[in-house]
Design a protein around this ligand. Structure first.
Ligand SMILES: [Zn+2]
Length: 246
């Protein structure tokens, strides 16, 4: 009897051990699955490399605040809830010259059509270079001057290109990846507009136009051109399942 009991006990403890081992292995495998899903989910965000080139300083923030008071009626440089992604190209042919241009605090007086409204220099949140590299110049939470009447609600992306024919396929790729990341971080981004489209009063984004001084109006711009914007819209729809209003 003792022998029998000891065999039963031994069998039970062996099977308990086996059961515990199975549960443990199953827990481990569930953990692996969870980690894998999480990694997959965040892949879109983490595989974007964005280098920072700071262009802000106290003078610039003060000029931005002043600009916002004079043009949008609010004395704040904060971009609280961006609604539009505005896409441009620089005309300036290199990243180096573009960064030097954006690093100045004040706009040059020769740009009379905009310098008469504010001394604040033009600026941009992101630059995409011709090789697809992405640079961040202004935080998403600070207003930059790149689109008359829409800066209070717009995140701007510049592409290094002399003209529309100079834009590269890798720039298109990087714009799509960057915009998908921006949408993930700012779910309120509803509109994506090319600079050449921004003064079209028939497009839905135009209802967000704001100007204290009505003579400070958007004017015709060539960048980035209809071809680039239609390719970008197509790519965002097919590869990222993202559609924006114009
Ligand atoms: Zn532009």
């Amino acid at each position: 009897m003792r022998d029998y009991l000891s065999r039963v006990l031994s069998f039970n403890s062996k099977s308990s051990l086996l059961l515990m081992l199975l549960v443990f292995v199953s827990m481990l495998s569930n953990c692996d699955n969870a980690a894998g899903q999480q990694e997959k989910k965040t892949t879109g965000a983490v595989d974007i490399k964005v280098d920072t080139i700071p262009t802000l300083n106290a003078t610039k923030l003060e000029l931005t605040k002043q600009y916002c008071l004079e043009n949008y009626g609010v004395a704040s440089y904060k971009l609280d809830s961006p609604k539009i992604v505005l896409v441009h190209f620089t005309v300036i042919p290199t990243l180096k010259e573009t960064v030097e241009y954006f690093q100045k605090d004040s706009i040059e007086s020769s740009r009379t059509n905009i310098s008469k409204f504010s001394q604040m220099n033009v600026g941009i949140h992101y630059i995409v270079d011709k090789d697809g590299s992405i640079y961040k110049l202004v935080p998403d939470t600070v207003i930059a001057r790149h689109a008359i009447g829409f800066n209070h609600i717009a995140i701007g992306i510049e592409n290094i290109a002399k003209d529309a024919s100079d834009l590269t396929p890798v720039q298109l790729e990087s714009n799509a990846r960057l915009i998908s990341l921006l949408k993930e971080r700012n779910p309120g981004l509803e509109y994506m507009v090319g600079h050449h489209e921004y003064n079209d009063t028939t497009l839905p984004h135009y209802k967000l136009f704001l100007a204290v001084d009505e003579s400070y109006k958007p004017h015709d711009k060539p960048d980035p051109g209809p071809r680039f914007m239609s390719d970008l819209r197509e790519k965002l729809k097919t590869e990222y399942d993202l559609t924006f209003l114009k």
